[in-house]
Ligand binder design. Sequence first.
Ligand code: COA
Length: 140
Amino acid sequence: MTAQALAALHARCFTIPPPWSAESFAASLADLACHLEVSGPALTGFALFRLVLDEAELLTLAVAPEARRAGVGRALLSRGLEAMRRKGAQRCYLEVAASNAPAIALYHATGFRECARRPGYYRSKGHAPCDALVFQAVLD
Ligand SMILES: CC(C)(COP(=O)(O)OP(=O)(O)OC[C@H]1O[C@@H](n2cnc3c(N)ncnc32)[C@H](O)[C@@H]1OP(=O)(O)O)[C@@H](O)C(=O)NCCC(=O)NCCS
C-alpha cells in the first residue's frame, strides 16, 4: 500500500483533525512500531496502529464514504486489535473528536470506554475548537 493512496483516502474522510500528508504516512509505514490494516484491493478503508511496550494506540482509522455502514471499520479495528494483542499489547488508546458521533458509536460497539477528555484539543482553521475524547480498550 502506498503512502499516496493512504493520504488520498484520508483526505476524503477527515476535516477535524485535518488529513495526514503522504509524507506522514510514509514515515509511519517505515516505522517498525506501526501496524497497518487495510480493507479490499481497492482500499475501501484502513486502520493504523502503533505499539510501544504493552500499549497500543490507534493512530487513525478511515473508511471510504461509499463503503460505510457495511462492517469495514469494525473488521479493521477487530483485526488490528487482535494483531496488537498478539504482539503483547494489554491496552489500546485512541483520541476522537467529541463531535464525531459515528466513530464514537463504533468505539462503544467494539469494547472501548471513554477515559479522559481534552477540552479544545482540536483547533482546525475555520472550525470552532473541539474537545478530544480519549478511549481505552483492555485487550485480554
Ligand atoms: C468511523 C468510521 C471509521 C466507521 O466506519 P464504518 O465502516 O462505517 O463502520 P461499521 O460499518 O463497521 O460500523 C460498526 C458499528 O459502528 C457504529 N456506527 C458506525 N457508523 C455509524 C453511524 N454513522 N451512526 C451510528 N453508528 C455508527 C454502529 O454501531 C455500527 O454497527 P451497525 O452498523 O451494526 O449498527 C467511518 O465513518 C469513517 O471513516 N469516518 C471518517 C473518519 C473517522 O471519523 N475516523 C475515526 C476517527 S477517530
